[in-house]
Design a protein around this ligand. Structure first.
Ligand SMILES: Nc1ncnc2c1ncn2[C@@H]1O[C@H](COP(=O)(O)OP(=O)(O)OP(=O)(O)O)[C@@H](O)[C@H]1O
Ligand SMILES: [Mg+2]
Length: 264
């Protein structure tokens, strides 16, 4: 069976805020994305899994317009993001919340100012309104007492929660998470997962998550996509993926060293 045939399809009646159609991306002579297509399901949590170096982070960067594909289309809310003006692309970007691996907080700003940053940059809200919104978000992630701390004065798990609060502060329609659980112990990973799930239930939105953590994928996601060699090799509801008897999907989800997947 070819890789293209392995890629699952989803019911056509699903709406898609983000559609990725046949994108390819090379860096120098290294082809990273090779004809990747995926339509993310709206208002669901989708996890993208795949071996290291397979292009997961590169895919996320394409979705927010930080990388441009060599070929193919990325359509966000019906607009091909590389066929619109820079201003329109900038406006679309405001509908995304992004949580990168280390929380990516500004080290010289305290937690309050980090979370306030997108509001000060993108809105005309008064400082009193900003204060209310920031404190609401900080309460939601359990950091209301750490607002005045600098990022290096709080733990890694708290930094992730602060990054999450900042990612949500503009009420984004789409939230991207690149390995939100990396570097966290199992208990903090579970707590962060519960928080992500709660916030999704509370606020809705399309959440896309990249992780290496299979229990996280199982616990959090409605849909699972598997990337391999720069293309989608499986995509479908989480239960279906975990019940799959496809050797490839099983190996991926069990981390088994024996199976069709090698080191190449
Ligand atoms: N700006 C860049 N310039 C050159 N090569 C890049 C660039 N960004 C990514 N790459 C390469 O593209 C490949 C895919 O990188 P990517 O970061 O997307 O992997 P990943 O699937 O997220 O891996 P991991 O699970 O380890 O985070 C890697 O070989 C990486 O070195
Ligand atoms: Mg990555």
């Amino acid at each position: 069976m070819s890789i293209a045939q392995r890629a699952g399809t989803l019911p056509v009646e699903q709406a898609h805020a983000i559609r990725v159609h046949n994108i390819a991306k090379s860096f120098g002579s290294s082809a990273v994305l090779r004809g990747l297509s995926i339509d993310f399901v709206d208002n669901a949590i989708t996890t993208v899994l795949g071996p290291s170096g397979t292009g997961k982070s590169v895919l996320l960067k394409h979705l927010v317009g930080l990388e441009a594909p060599d070929q193919g289309e990325i359509v966000v809310f019906g607009k091909d993001i590389w066929k619109i003006s820079e201003e329109e692309r900038y406006a679309l970007r405001k509908r995304f919340g992004v949580l990168f691996q280390d929380g990516a907080l500004f080290g010289s700003l305290n937690i309050f100012d980090n979370v306030a940053f997108p509001l000060r940059k993108h809105t005309d809200l008064a400082e009193s309104e900003i204060g209310d919104l920031v404190m609401t978000r900080l309460r939601e992630v359990g950091l209301e007492h750490s607002a005045a701390k600098l990022p290096n004065e709080i733990s890694g798990g708290m930094r992730k929660r602060a990054g999450f609060a900042r990612a949500l502060v503009l009420n984004p329609d789409i939230v991207l998470f690149d390995e939100p659980d990396s570097g966290l112990d199992p208990v903090r990973t579970s707590l962060l997962n519960d928080l992500i799930k709660e916030m999704h239930t509370e606020h809705g939105g399309t959440y896309l998550l990249v992780t290496h953590n299979i229990p996280t994928a199982r616990r959090l996601s409605d849909y699972v996509g598997l990337l391999w060699n720069g293309a989608l090799v499986h995509y479908g509801p989480t239960d279906e993926a975990f019940d799959s008897d496809d050797g490839f999907v099983r190996q991926f989800l069990t981390g088994d060293s024996v199976g069709p997947l090698g080191m190449d």
